[in-house]
Design a protein around this ligand. Structure first.
Ligand code: SF4
Length: 787
């Protein structure tokens, strides 16, 4: 194995200090010298690093970062350098499977697709298209999502479409829509090259987006390093580098944000001219946040008043500011309300749409942005507004269908409701693609019961026999990244192309081919009786998508496969006006809130109640941004006598999602072999725990057994990483979501993974012996257990 650096031992690599122009450092890891390099980008987090896939003898043998790419300047993190080996795993699915006599049995594509078509027709006949639901991913390509969206909306006419992006980025979209009228990140990663201050809100960027963190580390080592404020209850890699680390109790983010806004206003640091010219709602915000004194915030959140003041002073005095927000806010109480306050800081300081001033309502998954753009998450494609008849008519014209078939009589069904409908029995066919809800959704015992239901026909399309696929009625073997061509968009709107480098194994097929085959077999037609879906290739779908995006905020009309294959990824909007893409949007202070252009008429931040078009019309902001405020409310489940601790869940640096891919890399697996329970020193002492002891953690919904890690978390809290399921270690209850709660944010509908009341108890030796050598593994003394 040849590698330019050991990214397991040194996660972020050597420093290249700078300010202004980030130097190139090309990271590479190959098994053997490739015969050929094929242009692509990494799909193991939302950073979207440009890379080339090394190929020899029709097999992927390595990757190297693309030095010309604006996102990563050649760098790759540990997941990017190692995750590709999953493509070569021996346990890839290579043939369709059908459940016969309760067992999954190999079948032909003909048999499998005919069965899905038969079940689809039967369901539509009995219940209309409302009997069919699609639950997709944040890991497919734009073309696959768009094809799926057209099938669901214009072929079947079901509003029941969403993805696991509901779990990771729904609040990103919601917070952007609430403030600016539509989805779309205002800034560019280049803002980090010059900014004076960085605010990380519930975003452990050092673990989640290692390459973006390298950019920040290099700034910290260069001239004029930025100040960093980190808001996180844990002492993470990110928090370690912070100038100020605010560690609030979980579920209290909104109180902290309201306190910061209040102190910034008290400091007289607002840009009144910008507020007057470009926003609406400031006086309401000022009045509401005035209650959140530093002392009051300390009482609610545990953040010391002097620390809050220091953070507010930095935010008041900085001339430029980059903010990033992720799951610590998105998956917690008042997710949208808290995330919107980050936008508000930028708006009241006039720090948006210019160099060094970016807001990143970050995405979790690599292609999550595309589910939102194309409507595979239930929204209407091109950031169109389901409540605007004209937007529906635009789509009907593009697809040549009657507008009535496009579901728009109510908001699209969000994922948690799709699962509820399946539980209640109104959804009869659930098609799950490239995701693993049997590990990733909250309250797993409930999810397993739903998947087991006899009256629910489950289709799973994946590259591996995941924990979810084991419950399927039909399993379709899918190609992975590198085995198909398509495009995807990262968290700063950069679009990359990923060319096919190798063939998929056995009979596995690209997800796009599977969807197009289904549309063909179902005989969906447009209103002239011609096939609804006329595309045969990914490039044809991309060209179709470009027309759908024309004139919308995410305008792709200036992009093409050829242009994307020239060098770096390109940021949308890319059109006649911006032929080389767009670094910042909202540079003129005009936002996408105009009545006939906006993606949503908005919501009440407290209740989630939707604003009607008529209500919106009365106070049409005409391009001004919304400044919306909300009062703090405590989490719905808090510690009590029976369950005295607060659980929060999250990631480790070496794994992605449910480890379906990263768990198949020997190096990543050895670096992070198992789940654990992180407790504070104080709690470890109270419970008589030593590092590595096995404990049982229980909530009102389930239990897990994990080894203990001590330190770097505030007392009263425990942390468990959510990646670990059962495919490689059956028998021990270890998925964090056995414990989590079925509830969600009222606006974004993103589930609350960040809090649940739990109790812990030490597991005795007998149980320990049965469970095996996990303790030793976590201490790093033994290799991971063979499974
Ligand atoms: S930062 Fe994200 S996109 Fe970049 S190499 Fe790492 S996992 Fe891949």
């Amino acid at each position: 194995m040849e590698q330019s650096r050991d990214s397991i031992k040194n996660i972020w690599g050597e420093r290249t200090p700078y300010v202004g122009n980030w130097p190139v450092r090309q990271d590479q890891r190959t098994e053997v010298e490739p015969d050929q390099w094929v242009q692509s980008a990494c799909v193991l987090c939302s950073n979207g690093c440009g890379l080339d896939i090394g190929v020899k003898d029709g097999r992927i043998v390595g990757v190297r970062g693309r030095s010309v790419d604006a996102v990563n300047h050649g760098r790759l993190g540990p997941k990017g350098l190692h995750g590709w080996v999953a493509n070569n795993s021996k346990d890839r699915l290579t043939k369709p499977l059908i459940r016969k006599n309760r067992k999954l049995t190999e079948a032909s594509w003909e048999e499998a697709m005919n069965l899905i078509v038969e079940k689809s027709r039967e369901t539509i006949q009995k219940t209309t298209g409302l009997g069919i639901g699609f639950y997709t991913s944040g890991q497919l390509f734009l073309e696959e999502y768009y094809a799926l969206a057209v099938i669901g909306k214009a072929g079947i006419g079901t509003p029941h479409m969403d993805g696991n992006t509901r779990l990771c980025t729904a609040t990103s979209a919601a917070a952007l829509k609430v403030s600016f009228g539509s989805d779309g990140q205002p800034g560019s990663y280049t803002d980090l090259d010059t900014t004076e201050t960085i605010l990380h809100c519930g975003h452990n960027i050092a673990s989640q987006q290692t390459v973006l963190w390298m950019r920040i580390l290099d700034r910290l080592d260069g001239p004029n390093p930025p100040k960093i404020i980190a808001i996180d209850p844990r002492d993470t890699f990110t928090a370690e580098k912070a100038t100020i680390h605010l560690a609030p109790r979980v579920g209290t983010n909104l109180a902290v944000m309201n306190g910061l806004l209040n102190l910034i206003i008290q400091n007289g640091a607002i840009d009144q001219q910008y507020i007057d010219a470009h926003t609406t709602g400031f006086e309401d915000l000022k009045k509401l946040v005035s209650k959140y004194t530093a002392q009051k915030v300390q009482e609610i959140s545990g953040v010391p008043a002097d620390q809050l003041q220091q953070a507010a002073d930095i935010l008041s005095n900085t001339k430029t500011l980059v903010s990033t927000v992720l799951q610590g806010f998105y998956q917690s109480m008042q997710a949208t309300a808290s995330s919107v306050q980050v936008n508000n800081i930028h708006l009241i300081r006039g720090m948006i749409g210019k160099d060094g001033c970016g807001i990143y309502q970050m995405n979790g998954q690599p292609t999550a942005q595309n589910t939102r753009e194309t409507g595979a998450d239930g929204d209407l494609p091109g950031f169109r507004n389901w409540g605007n008849e004209d937007h529906v008519k635009q789509l009907a014209k593009i697809w040549n269908v009657d507008p009535i078939i496009i579901p728009h009589w109510s908001p699209p069904t969000h994922a948690m409701q799709i699962w509820r409908y399946a539980e209640q029995g109104s959804i009869k066919l659930l098609w799950i693609s490239a995701t693993n809800p049997a590990v990733s959704l909250p309250e797993l015992s409930r999810i397993r019961k739903i998947l087991e239901k006899k009256d629910l026909f489950v289709v799973v399309q994946d590259a591996f026999l995941t924990e979810t696929a084991k419950y399927a009625d039909v399993v379709l073997p899918a190609a992975l990244w590198g085995e198909k061509t398509g495009t995807f968009t990262n968290a700063d709107r950069t679009v990359h192309i990923s060319h096919k480098a190798v063939d998929p194994p056995g009979e596995a097929r690209a997800d796009l081919d599977i969807f197009l085959d289904y549309a063909d077999r179902m005989g969906f037609t447009d209103k002239d009786g011609a096939p609804l879906i006329k595309w045969k290739t990914a490039e044809e779908v991309f060209e179709g998508w470009k027309e759908c995006s024309r004139g919308r905020p995410c305008d792709y009309t200036g992009l093409s496969y050829a242009k994307l294959s020239e060098g770096s990824g390109i940021q949308w909007p890319c059109n006649e006006q911006h032929p080389n893409g767009t670094r910042h949007i909202y540079t003129d202070g005009v936002f996408n809130t105009e009545l006939e252009y906006c993606e949503t008429y908005g919501h009440d931040l407290d209740t989630g109640a939707a604003v009607t078009k008529e209500e919106y019309k009365c106070k049409d902001p005409k391009g001004k941004a919304f400044i919306k405020a909300a009062d703090f409310r405590p989490p719905h489940e808090t510690p009590d006598e029976d369950y005295p601790l607060m659980l929060t869940t999250g990631r480790v640096v070496f794994h992605f999602h449910t480890r379906t891919k990263t768990g198949r890399s020997k190096e990543l697996n050895e670096a992070a072999p198992d789940a654990f329970v992180q407790v504070s020193e104080q709690d470890a002492q109270n419970y008589g725990l030593n590092e590595g002891d096995l404990v049982e953690v229980s909530s009102r919904r389930g239990k897990v057994v994990q080894p203990v890690k001590i330190g770097n978390i505030i007392p009263g809290h425990v942390f468990i990483p959510f990646h670990y399921g059962y495919w490689d270690r059956p028998g021990r209850s270890r998925a964090a979501n056995e414990l989590t709660i079925t509830e969600w944010d009222p606006v974004s509908k993103q589930p609350h993974f960040k809090y649940a009341a739990v109790r812990i108890k030490k597991v005795d030796d007998t149980v320990n012996n049965k469970i095996g050598s996990t303790i030793e593994t976590i201490k790093g003394k033994l290799k991971p257990e063979e499974v």
